[in-house]
Design a protein around this ligand. Structure first.
Ligand SMILES: C[S@@+](CC[C@H](N)C(=O)[O-])C[C@H]1O[C@@H](n2cnc3c(N)ncnc32)[C@H](O)[C@@H]1O
Length: 272
């Protein structure tokens, strides 16, 4: 297990190279400490740093998804792997009593403080049938699928299929594309090579298609490269306006650092 788990997401620099330590045996164990919860949360809110700026752009893209879907305030919504409540708090601004689901008590403790009106569900939906049965009209899942191991991804997709209404939506994000400038840079620095999880939009589409979903849309964002996640970005305001302008651009999409994927259950399921 890496120390506080943070370096698993970032990569650790060692003599100028990014060295990725061995991941936990399952992504389920990745955020199980108060120190990890605190360090994860503190990176999210500075719009002058990479994750904070990404979150501003992600909210704009989520607004766009909701505008197109035309949801009702009464939609039943859940944020899977809600962590410290970033996306759950957003859902609470649009829907009554969203549910937040996470396996880490320490992450949920911060979500509870941030989202007092949300229903918080502690546990593993892939191991406890009926823990969060829905039915949901919308499930979000941010910063989860990329780092989860393949068997966990498949089981979560199966739970999502079983818990969504017929025309329900999943909105998932994938936060490191190997074809982006940042992805190319990190691939050239990573030791040993290939150890940091990355996924192209085509692979994410296949994951969802194989899991029994139709992919409705993929929207890329986060184009400009940066070196370290927690560090204040140079020219943050200019970067922000460039990123806002480029987000969702269909031509540049394959080179985006991150993307949102919107999918709906396919009638007939994985084999249908
Ligand atoms: C990187 S955090 C993402 C938090 C939040 N979605 C966000 O974007 O800020 C990943 C979260 O996935 C949770 N997780 C891992 N395996 C899980 C599982 N099987 N069921 C529920 N949550 C899980 C971890 O506990 C952690 O809080």
């Amino acid at each position: 297990m890496p120390g506080d788990g943070r370096e698993w997401e970032l990569g650790v620099r060692d003599r100028g190279k990014h060295v990725t330590p061995a991941p936990p045996s399952s992504y389920r164990e990745s955020h199980l400490s108060a120190a990890k919860a605190r360090s994860y949360d503190e990176d999210l809110w500075d719009p002058g740093a990479a994750k904070g700026l990404d979150w501003l752009v992600e909210q704009r893209l989520l607004d766009d998804v909701l505008r197109r879907a035309g949801p009702a305030a009464t939609w039943s919504v859940a944020d899977f792997a809600c962590g410290t409540g970033r996306v759950l708090e957003y859902l609470g601004r649009h829907f009554d009593a969203p549910s937040g689901i996470d396996i880490s008590p320490d992450m949920l403790a911060l979500a509870r403080a941030r989202c007092p009106d949300a229903e918080l569900i502690l546990g593993d939906v892939t191991a406890v049938p009926g823990l969060a049965p829905g039915p949901f009209d919308l499930i979000t899942a941010f910063r989860f699928f990329l780092n989860a191991e393949p068997s966990l991804r498949r089981r979560v997709l199966a739970w999502m299929r079983g818990s969504l209404r017929a025309r329900g939506l999943v909105v998932a994000n994938f936060h490191l594309n190997p074809a982006s400038l940042r992805g190319v840079y990190l691939r050239s620095r990573m030791r040993p090579p290939g150890t940091l999880p990355m996924m192209r939009a085509a692979e994410a589409r296949r994951l969802f298609t194989d899991g029994g979903f139709s992919v409705l849309r993929v929207a890329g964002y986060s184009y400009l490269p940066y070196r370290r996640v927690g560090r204040h970005l140079h020219g943050a305001a200019t970067r922000g306006s460039v990123e806002m302008r480029l987000a969702g651009n269909p031509v540049l999409g394959p080179y985006a650092g991150s993307f949102l994927l919107v999918a709906t259950p396919r009638p007939g399921g994985p084999g249908g």
